[in-house]
Design a protein around this ligand. Sequence first.
Ligand SMILES: Nc1ncnc2c1ncn2[C@@H]1O[C@H](COP(=O)(O)OP(=O)(O)OP(=O)(O)O)[C@@H](O)[C@H]1O
Length: 775
Amino acid sequence: MAESTLIMTKQANDIDGSVKQKAYTFLQKLINDDSAPGLHIEPIVGAVDRRVRTGRVDDKYRAVLFKLAGETPTYVVHGIWMHDEAIRQARITKFRMNPVNGVAEIIQEEAAAEPETQPESRLAVVEPEVAAPAEEPPRPQPLLSVSMAELVELGIDSRLAQRAVQMTDDRAFNALVTPSPTSQLPTWQSEALLALATGSSLDDVRRDLFEAPEEVAAEGRVDSAPEEPVVPGSDQELIAALKKPASQMQFAKIKGADELRRVIEDGDFGAWRVFLHPVQRTWVQKNTNGPLRLAGGAGTGKTVVLVHRARRLANDRPDARIVMTTFTRNLADDLASSLKSLDPQVPQVGLGENGVHVTGIDALASAVIRSAQPGELAAAAQKVLGAARADVGGRVDNHLWGTVAGEVSELPEKLRNARFLESEYEMVVLPNRIVDEAGYLRVRRPGRGVRLNKGVRQAVWQAVARYREEEALQGCADFAEKAAIAAECLKARVADGGHVADHVLVDEGQDLKPSHWMLIRALVGARANDIFIAEDGHQRIYGQKVVLSHYGIETRGRSRRLTLNYRTTAENLRWATARLKGLDYADLDGQEDTVDGYRSARHGAEPVVKSCSGLVEELDVTAEVLRGWISEARQSGRSEALAVLMRDKQQRDRVVSGLNERGVAARAVDRGGVGAGGVDEPVVMTMHRAKGTEFTKVLLFDVDLEGAGRMSHGYDFSEEDQADAQKRERSLLYVAASRARDELAIVHSLKKYRGRSEARGPEKNQNRPVHNDQD
Ligand SMILES: Nc1ncnc2c1ncn2[C@@H]1O[C@H](COP(=O)(O)OP(=O)(O)OP(=O)(O)O)[C@@H](O)[C@H]1O
């Protein structure tokens, strides 16, 4: 009995639900012993590839495989089809190493007897389903600014290259380069062409796809034994080609029965676990002295990289203490379950233990505080608050800044405002560890927008002092203060026992506040792979813009942006990014952040925008759209997750009851998991809560298409802050729209928004920034 190695392809992974169990049994048997009775592994006469085999999955279905000889055989699973289609596929499909760049690929050739009919190339490129460019209004410029020869030099099939360089129409181009179960377009070729069409240069493509850094290339090598020279055209050459990072976008070695089961059960949804983009793989493996920052639009797989990287660090050094953190508890729960689903063997542990500790950043601060001795806590609070308090565990009343603002009559009217005071406190007072008026009068406040003279600073400090007094009376501290106090505790502990973590990985970095960054810096010393940050400046929906280097985290020169969106369709992406148009965004290095090159390889329907006359009609339309989606899903038998997203919790509850009254069994989601969210019970949640989630179809309810938004009110103490608040509203729409995998609907009532903004009166003291713990 000889065990086999199994290589799954991304396309083969999408196995029809009705044969998944049988496919699993077949492939598991194949791994155990390819000569087992009942598998019927057989060659096909007249096939273009002598390595091709078919295998019997059941009476109707056959697997198409490529067998590579070695010490033990390797089987590359091309796919599972009904008998006749499987035989056809087996005849015309070839597994090869691309002769130009050495990447493994599956291509289709015409039957061996007919090669002369297509002299320039025998690769069968399926015609795009969309109308040919000749039928479209002519456009002056082709989409690609490279020549056919340059594409061929990259390794792109010559026939595909010829068609691609002639294309002037987006949709036709996308149809040409989008892989489908019938086109057999190698994944790397599709990605290379899409990247070139969205602004990457040939050098960018070469670097990203073919030039893996040493640590990634080393990961792909067979083992440390001296390598035998590989004979050209041999099976060993193909096995080596499978290990190239660009090959691993499409081919993945299956390690064990559990992985096989998960890969088959999850199909495309589990692709993130095995088929990484070479750039993702690089950022999983990269070793550096100092922090790394990975930026990228929504759905580009930043979290995927973070989770893979946590596993990689844990596997490299089982005694490493790794912290993986993010902005909210819900997001942290998602990270924990992704890590578990990627690798259940990675120990998820408490802070300071060997393994990965996954936690929300505020929960992390609270845990440090809970673990501190009273003396330690008092010393830390002295540094942060100017009072040696050990009673900082309680929660601050949400309205405390508003109350204080109302009490300090010396504050100018414009600044007598909870939002101003809270942001001044979090951005200036806390990070600078200001504990008295003299310190506040001296401090520099770059980037704060509103200028303060001495008298105003004194008034602001009066408010801060009142705030702190009240907290001392109540025995509490707010989240930002807790993070600052936790950071001071950890800094003090370094002298005794060193740092509490070896590696810290941060997701949703754009939303973290200065005190959070100071806490992160205090968790881990400056060392190899100390901090890894995933962020998207366009998705900042809480707090102010932050520059990491101000808090001892220097990522300049060690940053990268991901641009391929895996989640949503190109159509939804266009709608989502259009929300950001005309605004400037910055990344955590303080540099311009753009959506240039941001692309999706998937296509679908255009988003549907429904204009309504008011709330009742909005609810009617929402119920109607949901009923349509539910009935489509039921008819197709697909399991789909449906969600309705809106701006705030009151609206959410109104929508749930409105939908229930209309016979749609919707369910509100607040804290805690989203649950199945299947078609029988669409979920309804705020756009803030939807951060980090994804659904098959998403409806945005009562959208303010002008993006002026309610949040901008209350920020009129400075033009910059008001503009920033409006920007966050647009970002929120971008976040919400980019949750949709397939379809997006937008329901709005423009008339009502006009009325609302005209009717807005002063509500200054009640205003308070939305906090992560609230939404
Ligand atoms: N290499 C990959 N292959 C297949 N799917 C992938 C890959 N990388 C990411 N995905 C999928 O794309 C979706 C988005 O990934 P992820 O959540 O990591 O993106 P993100 O950049 O963190 O998004 P956001 O910023 O919106 O939170 C997920 O469904 C994930 O499984």
